[in-house]
Design a protein. Structure first.
Length: 284
């Protein structure tokens, strides 16, 4: 009997010890869980604060870009006006050197205006203020207008323009925005194509979509830089080396507009061979 009692007492003591150990472990787990929950909550609050700051910075950036761009328009308009007055002077009133200087001023005013318009457009797109006004659009007519607009620049650069368009190409979209896409794509193609090169526009209707292709025989884009093509203000190193002017906003704007239309835009480029841009837009 004493042995049985001792055995029972041992079991009881062991059970109590085990219960205490389990209780301690449960308490440790509970405390760890409380600490983890508190850390998660603090991390969540920090994340929300960071996101709020980023949204505020983005809004401030958008406001700044819009304000500065707007304020720059006034002096540029004044400069442009006085340049035109000087260029319209009586024959012989300006020397050849002065004519060349005025041409340089006028060219740089145009470049600044293009930059301002690109910045404002991108700012409106990102802020949600660039609204689409969808309607029935014939892409063939949009292409024809764009080719007419770019024609003089292409002729001056000795770049051939070719169109392979199977019209009409009806789709639902914003004609003004699509004009901007064609102007940017054709402008880039002509600008980055050397003399005696060619720019070709293809367009066709496929089942469920309208396909636009702008191909050039220009300088192309280095393979290692192509992932940044749609990043704002991106300019390829070969374009910078050759001092080809540009804002680096054209493709970013094109992508935003194509996205607004529910389409896709892709670029296939080989350095020193050429670039092909393919836009796919939903048909009716």
């Amino acid at each position: 009997m004493p042995r049985v009692a001792a055995f029972a007492a041992g079991l009881l003591a062991g059970g109590v010890a085990a219960a205490l150990a389990i209780g301690h472990e449960a308490e440790r787990i509970r405390r760890a869980s409380v600490i983890k929950d508190a850390e998660t909550e603090r991390s969540h609050r920090r994340e929300e604060e960071l996101l709020a700051r980023l949204r505020a910075l983005d809004a401030a950036k958008t406001d700044f870009m819009a304000t500065v761009s707007h304020e720059l328009r006034t002096p540029l308009t004044s400069i442009s006006g006085y340049v035109e007055l000087l260029r319209d002077a009586e024959p012989g009133g300006l020397t050849d050197a002065q004519e060349r200087m005025l041409e340089v001023i006028a060219r740089n005013v145009r470049r600044l205006r293009e930059l301002i318009e690109d910045i404002l457009t991108l700012s409106r797109i990102e802020s949600g203020g660039f609204r689409s006004e969808p309607g029935e659009v014939d892409l063939a007519q949009v292409i024809d207008r764009a080719l007419t607009e770019i024609g003089p620049a292409a002729a001056k650069a000795s770049v051939g323009l070719h169109a392979e368009v199977r019209g009409p190409l009806p789709l639902r979209g914003d004609g003004v925005q699509l004009d901007r896409v064609l102007a940017n794509l054709l402008g880039n193609a002509v600008k980055f194509t050397p003399a005696a090169g060619t720019v070709t526009v293809h367009a066709r209707q496929d089942p469920g979509e309208t396909v636009l292709i702008v191909a050039d025989t220009g300088m192309g884009i280095p393979a290692e830089e192509q992932q940044a093509l749609f990043v704002r203000f991106f300019r390829a190193t070969n374009a910078i080396r050759q001092a080809v002017p540009g804002t680096g906003l054209g493709l970013a704007i094109c992508r935003k507009i194509v996205d607004n239309h529910g389409g896709t835009i892709d670029v296939d480029s080989t350095e020193n061979v050429g670039t092909t841009v393919t836009v796919r837009l939903p048909a009716f």
